[in-house]
Design a protein around this ligand. Structure first.
Ligand code: GLU
Length: 489
């Protein structure tokens, strides 16, 4: 059975790149009936953020990428752990790591290192001065193991390093990049256990991926250079390594590595701005993958069917916000209106708008603007004119080929005519046919009637069409707004 994992560090929020890693991992598991696991890698205590895990889970659940195993949420949204390979939070697994570190020491694959930070810094400076590659020079390898253990037991501060052979090269296959070769001399004797008793990422990731039965590791390109160390650890333990796929970098528009300085990178920022999970997932799926043809709209279900790692490219992909906007608009147009209305409500609240209308009416109001906005957060502002007529200049309702007098006369005649509508006749179709015929009968030009009508109903230069607005406002309010316009002239 295929088992993938997403293994974020709780350093604050879910990065869009992390969402892509999670999505691809989720897809690979789902398309084969496998499992998707979530593990929290919190061994770097300096970068630990208290709400980090909760934030990551919130964003993942929002996107619908629900883990089958590992760190999950219960129905109330509390963090829980599910599965028989736990704990799934690395800081709760320290004893497990210690056992494996001891095994490596006993087999001679790892050693105590007593070098102080000052000594390491000095080593680095000398290497730099002599234009040598920087890295640990291996001097503590020479210390006799029994002696070293004694020193450690006596409380001398130390770390444990793995023995990394310096000759030859590591050759492995990456599911996306094919064969990769890295010279072993470039690889340090990596610290695997820190002086605070916490393992480093490198040891913990290998031990956990193995013990948790992970078959496919999917993660960002930045981890590619660590693979030789990991493979060495698998070899030392006598374990078979999982398959690995390293995803291309995400880039800013100027092709530099995607950074906070050039825009939002946290999924929660996009949630707050009113992007739909469907759009974000579709967009993120295309950062590195495409189906090989022209199709662009893919639901999560479609992606499960069609995604494959062999169609993921090696080249970095540009994080193009215009494309994201386009996806969001596509989904805003497609969503059933009741669903759209439910999803829009929190954004009215966020904008401080108290909704005093029923859902059905709100749905109608939202329908006026759903094709014109890019995000849900833009809706309250876009439909504000329905709730309160904006103040506008008396010249605004005058069509460019007309004058104030004519506009006033036409609006007055139109008002008289509209009085004759009964409430139940007041709908888009009737308004459109009746007003259309009336314009013809009178021999007016369309613009001469529809411009002043639309502006008087919306109070805005740009707005949806007059029939749609009139329908939403109802007879009484529409006529009141026409009167307001007439009185302005
Ligand atoms: N904890 C690592 C991160 O934050 C995970 C890397 C991996 O997937 O192996 O990116």
């Amino acid at each position: 059975m295929i088992k993938t994992r997403f293994a974020p560090s709780p350093t604050g929020y879910l990065h869009v790149g992390g969402l892509r890693t999670a999505l691809y991992s989720y897809l690979v598991a789902r398309q084969t009936g496998g499992k998707f696991l979530l593990r929290i890698e919190d061994t770097d205590r300096e970068r630990f953020v208290a709400d980090g895990t909760a934030n990551i889970l919130k964003s993942l659940y929002w996107a619908g990428l629900i883990p089958d195993e590992g760190v999950t949420q219960d129905e109330q949204g509390a963090i829980i752990q599910t599965g028989d390979k736990g704990p799934y939070i690395q800081s709760e697994r320290l004893e497990i790591y210690r056992k494996y570190v001891d095994e490596l020491i006993d087999k001679g694959y790892a050693y105590y290192c007593f070098c102080s930070p000052e000594k390491l810094e000095e080593m680095r400076m000398i290497q730099q001065k002599n234009k040598l590659p920087t890295g640990y020079d291996g001097c503590c390898r020479k210390i006799d193991c029994t002696e070293a253990k004694k020193r450690a037991l006596n409380g001398e501060s130390c770390v444990i390093r793995m023995n990394m052979p310096k000759d030859g090269e590591t050759v492995f296959n990456d599911e996306i990049r094919g064969e990769i070769r890295i010279k072993n001399e470039l690889i340090d004797d990596q610290v695997i256990l820190k002086s605070d008793g916490f393992p480093t990422y490198h040891l913990a990731v290998v031990v956990d991926d193995y013990l948790m039965g992970i078959t496919h590791i999917i993660r960002g390109e930045e981890w590619l250079s660590s693979v030789p160390k990991h493979l060495k650890l698998y070899e030392y333990f006598g374990w078979e390594a999982p398959k690995m796929a390293h995803l291309p970098l995400l880039l800013n528009a100027d092709k530099s590595k995607l950074s906070k300085r050039q825009g939002d990178v946290a999924v929660e920022d996009y949630i707050k701005k009113g992007y739909l999970p469907e759009a974000i997932l579709n967009f993120v799926a295309f950062l590195g993958w495409n189906p090989g043809d022209e199709r662009e709209i893919f639901s999560l279900e479609d992606l499960i069917k069609e995604f494959s790692l062999d169609k993921v490219g090696k080249a970095g992909s540009v994080f193009n916000l215009e494309k994201l906007d386009w996806f969001n608009q596509q989904y805003l147009r497609k969503l059933p209106v009741e669903d759209l209305t439910e999803r829009a409500k929190p954004f009215f609240k966020q904008a401080g708008v108290e909704l005093k209308v029923e859902d059905k009416q709100l749905a109608k109001i939202i329908s006026l603007e759903r094709e014109r906005v890019i995000t849900l957060a833009e809706l309250p502002e876009a439909v504000k004119f329905v709730f309160a007529l904006p103040n506008y200049e008396s010249t605004l309702p005058v069509w460019k080929k007309s004058d104030a007098n004519e506009a006033k006369n036409i609006l007055s005649e139109l008002k008289e005519m509209l009085y004759n509508f009964s409430e139940h006749q007041w709908n888009i179709e009737n308004l459109e046919t009746t007003i259309g015929e009336w314009i013809k009968e009178k021999g007016y030009q369309n613009g001469n009637v529809l411009w002043p009508l639309r502006v008087s109903l919306s109070g805005q230069q740009n707005s949806p069409g007059p029939y749609e607005i009139a329908d939403v406002l109802g007879k009484e309010e529409s006529i009141r707004r026409i009167e307001t316009a007439i009185n302005k002239f």
